[in-house]
Design a protein around this ligand. Structure first.
Ligand code: ADP
Length: 230
């Protein structure tokens, strides 16, 4: 019975996703079609329309790329022990380049003990790239995003706390539904991908958000022993 429930929930999710994809891709396609017709019938130089067509194509490409990320964990994946702190340092180094342009500082509060988890490094990096990017998007002026690591007996907790716009309870509820976005250029797929990766790693994510104050995400992942050969 439970299995049956899960199956039907999956179908709803797939249906929801399919409807969203169809909608999201149809809009730029309709627009491209329209501008192609204009180019054919117009005496004006097509140059004026190229920019719009290009940006619509880029939008489709962005959506398709994000969906590909989502489909990857089903393929072959290589799980190995990951030392959490160096992984976070690498992601933060990468993201600090973009953050600096907005006068945002990303800081890492180092835990004393090395924390090990098992998983796919690139997938897990994607999680923190997504969370940091959302934090940066939510902050319109300078500020700090604090990344901190903690652990319980069973889990490693990684908290990403921003000083951004925060979310209303309604927004928090919609977060993770495919194509829910409040951004002009958002896809509304990022958090669904984040959740999916964490779930595939046997973890969970917790959200605390306060409009006007900021948001904190806590990623909880199963802890493992430090591998012997390192
Ligand atoms: P996207 O970033 O493309 O909009 P996401 O699924 O990553 O897609 O996020 C969905 C929405 O959730 C965002 O548009 C934003 O409204 C909200 N959101 C996500 N993270 C944060 C955050 N750290 N602070 C405020 N709002 C957020």
């Amino acid at each position: 019975r439970e299995e049956y429930m899960m199956q039907s929930e999956k179908l709803t999710m797939a249906g929801q996703l399919a409807a969203g994809i169809a909608h999201e891709i149809r809009n730029p396609l309709t627009s491209i079609n329209g501008f192609m017709k204009l180019i054919r019938s117009s005496k004006r130089s097509p140059e004026t329309y190229y920019e719009i067509i290009e940006s619509e194509l880029k939008r489709i490409e962005l959506i398709v790329n994000e969906l590909l990320v989502l489909s990857k964990p089903q393929g072959k994946h290589v799980s190995k022990p990951i030392n959490v702190l160096p992984m976070l340092e690498q992601v933060i180094t990468l993201m600090n380049v973009q953050a600096a342009l907005k006068n945002i500082e990303i800081t890492l509060e180092r835990a004393d003990v090395p924390q090990w988890i098992v998983g796919e490094t690139n997938q897990l990096k994607q999680v923190f790239i997504n969370l940091l990017k959302n934090g940066m998007d939510a902050m319109d002026s300078s500020g700090t995003i604090l990344v901190s690591v903690d652990s319980t007996e069973q889990e490693v907790w990684i908290r990403v706390q921003d000083e951004g716009s925060g979310m209303t309870p309604e927004q928090v509820q919609k977060l993770g539904q495919p194509f829910f976005t409040t951004k002009d250029t958002g896809t509304g797929l990022g958090f669904m991908i984040t959740q999916n990766i964490i779930h595939n790693h046997g973890g969970s994510i917790q959200i605390e958000s306060e409009p006007g104050q900021g948001t904190a995400f806590t990623v909880k992942l199963p802890k493992t022993m430090k591998p012997e050969h390192t």
